[in-house]
Design a protein. Structure first.
Length: 198
């Protein structure tokens, strides 16, 4: 199989499934993208690592990484290798004592681990040809804006406008310490939005 490397473009609330998120993986150096529906916990786990937040206690994916390091196991790569009945399937390619091992994985868990091990994420031309999409310029950002406008959490987002960036950053640290990762994610988005404007 010819491997095509993917990069994480972003995460947004999912239109198609309530309480779910859409993970966008982009073909490196090209326009095609894979939108993958993932659960809230996995979305938070990916976002926390992308933003280098430090929860008070390790999440499951952090624990898996520490376990692997302790026993000399290295995650070399993640491969999204199948798309069956609307579901992406992945394998984790590990190395231990110069031997390569493969383990089946949910794609959301595979991506959460890939960013922790700083290893590449691949898929095949077959999968990209079948389900890859090309978004119009600004589509993801426009969708995210619309989601934010219609989200049930609008009141708390309005409240955020009353605080300075420094106060929001303090609130973000407190939310992470309290393991309220959904609130932390909203605070992070508000902080990033303001920094982009300034």
């Amino acid at each position: 199989m010819e491997k095509i490397e993917l990069e994480i473009s972003g995460i947004s609330y999912s239109y198609s499934q309530s309480g779910a998120y859409t993970l966008i993986l982009s073909e490196s150096g090209a326009d095609r993208k894979l939108p993958i529906i993932i659960g809230q916990f996995e979305a938070q786990s990916i976002a926390i690592e992308m933003e280098k937040m430090k929860p008070a206690r390790p999440l499951t994916h952090d624990l898996f990484k520490e376990f692997s390091k302790t026993f000399g196991i290295k995650l070399n790569e993640v491969i999204i290798n199948k798309f069956i009945d609307g579901v992406f399937h992945s394998i984790l390619v590990f190395e231990r004592e110069n031997k390569i091992h493969q383990i089946d994985s949910r794609t959301s868990d595979a991506v959460a681990l890939a960013i922790r091990f700083n290893c590449p994420i691949y898929t095949s031309e077959e999968i990209l040809s079948e389900v890859g999409v090309v978004f119009d310029e600004g589509t993801i950002g426009d969708q995210q804006d619309e989601i934010n406008e219609n989200d049930d959490l609008t009141a708390s987002e309005d409240d955020m406008k009353l605080y300075s960036i420094e106060e929001l950053e303090d609130m973000l640290k407190e939310a992470v310490d309290m393991e309220d990762f959904e609130k932390a994610s909203r605070l992070r988005d508000e902080i990033n939005r303001r920094k982009d404007i300034s």
